[in-house]
Design a binder for this molecule. Structure first.
Ligand SMILES: *[C@@H]1O[C@H](CO)[C@@H](O)[C@H](O)[C@H]1NC(C)=O
Ligand SMILES: *[C@@H]1O[C@H](CO)[C@@H](O)[C@H](O)[C@H]1NC(C)=O
Ligand SMILES: *[C@@H]1O[C@H](CO)[C@@H](O)[C@H](O)[C@H]1NC(C)=O
Ligand SMILES: *[C@@H]1O[C@H](CO)[C@@H](O)[C@H](O)[C@H]1NC(C)=O
Ligand SMILES: *[C@@H]1O[C@H](CO)[C@@H](O)[C@H](O)[C@H]1NC(C)=O
Ligand SMILES: *[C@@H]1O[C@H](CO)[C@@H](O)[C@H](O)[C@H]1NC(C)=O
Ligand SMILES: *[C@@H]1O[C@H](CO)[C@@H](O)[C@H](O)[C@H]1NC(C)=O
Length: 277
């Protein structure tokens, strides 16, 4: 009798554990794995699943957002809208710009709305880019011009012309990385996924602060763990419950108080991003 009971207990426990593992698996399956700097190796096909786009694992299309940093070539809502196939009026209103043609200071992070949709295996937003210079390659277009919002692997798989045969004036399809919420995410009130372009000095906790979201939801959405590195010019998905607004960086810390002999030096929090060679 006693042995029988123990067996029952053990088998129940096993069933419970199996269910737990299955549940965990489902949750992990529901999100998108982080690209982990594999976009930098254009001819490595081992990570196609990560580099070609975020897999279609939710609704077929959705409103989504991405971030872009203004630079001297793209420094107005009109210019950025032209590059990213987005509506200048929407860029201006989300980012509280005075007008669609007002010059945006260099390095301002902007939120840009795009319509994301599933194209066979991967979510993407198609834009066309006309090559301007003979030094341009799939890598420089994806990394430098589009700031990592696309990848050379995704571009090479969707354009017929080989990397060596690119020429000025050629129109290339640039699939921008975007994603739609999974049913798990929708169930936890996530409305949009914003494609955040990582830059030097970024950390997940810093990105979470920028959008007022919990750090753990970003880690989960990207299948990242707390101790993993993130790399510049890669994309991180930020799950949002509401429509994003202008990105406000917190003001610089107030100047330190007048030095007193006993005050130890202030220790600043510093997050570094490792650059893999
Ligand atoms: C990776 O790609 C293969 C097909 O190329 C597919 O069968 C598999 O499900 C993908 N894995 C993930 C995690 O998306
Ligand atoms: C995105 O989709 C909406 C609704 O379908 C449409 O009104 C809008 O013009 C689209 N925007 C772009 C930039 O294609
Ligand atoms: C938007 O800009 C106006 C003036 O240009 C300013 O008064 C207002 O506070 C800004 N709003 C936000 C949310 O930054
Ligand atoms: C990617 O582009 C950025 C500028 O947008 C540049 O600073 C960086 O060096 C580029 N990365 C590589 C590996 O060329
Ligand atoms: C985007 O481009 C791909 C070709 O690579 C095409 O299959 C897909 O239908 C396009 N998506 C839209 C929304 O036009
Ligand atoms: C480049 O163009 C040449 C001549 O048109 C063609 O033979 C070759 O296959 C092309 N190479 C690639 C990689 O597209
Ligand atoms: C972090 O440290 C690096 C190198 O020591 C420095 O260049 C950078 O400015 C620091 N960043 C912050 C936010 O303190």
């Amino acid at each position: 009798m006693k042995i029988f009971c123990t067996r029952m207990l053990v088998s129940k426990l096993l069933v419970f554990l199996v269910l737990l593992v299955l549940l965990e698996y489902r949750v992990i399956q529901g999100q998108q794995p982080y690209i982990n700097n594999h976009q930098s190796d254009c001819y490595n096909t081992a990570y196609d699943n990560l580099t070609k786009g975020f897999g279609c694992n939710g609704v077929p299309s959705c409103q989504s957002y991405l971030t872009f940093r203004s630079n001297p070539l793209y420094n107005t809502a009109v210019g950025i809208g032209y590059l990213l196939g987005a509506e200048p009026t929407q860029i201006a209103s989300i980012n509280n710009l005075t007008s669609e043609v007002a010059t945006i200071p260099t390095d301002t992070q902007l939120v840009v709305p795009v319509n994301c949709s599933c194209s066979s295996l991967y979510y993407q937003y198609n834009v066309t880019y006309r090559l301007k210079d003979k030094t341009e390659t799939y890598f420089t277009v994806a990394n430098n011009t589009f700031q990592g919002l696309s990848t050379c692997q995704a571009m090479m798989s969707q354009n017929k012309v080989g990397d060596r045969n690119l020429s000025v004036g050629l129109n290339l399809l640039v699939p921008l990385r975007c994603a739609c919420p999974t049913s798990n995410q929708a169930a936890s009130a996530i409305k949009y996924l914003l494609t955040y372009m990582v830059t030097w000095g970024d950390s997940i906790s810093g990105i979470a602060d920028l959008f007022g979201v919990d750090q753990q939801t970003i880690l989960d959405a990207n299948q990242l763990s707390q101790d993993q590195n993130i790399y510049p010019f890669t994309t991180i998905l930020v799950p949002l419950n509401t429509t994003p607004t202008k990105i406000e960086h917190s003001p610089p810390p107030p100047p330190p108080p007048a030095p007193t002999p006993q005050t130890p030096p202030a220790v600043l929090e510093n997050y570094t991003i490792m650059q893999r060679n």
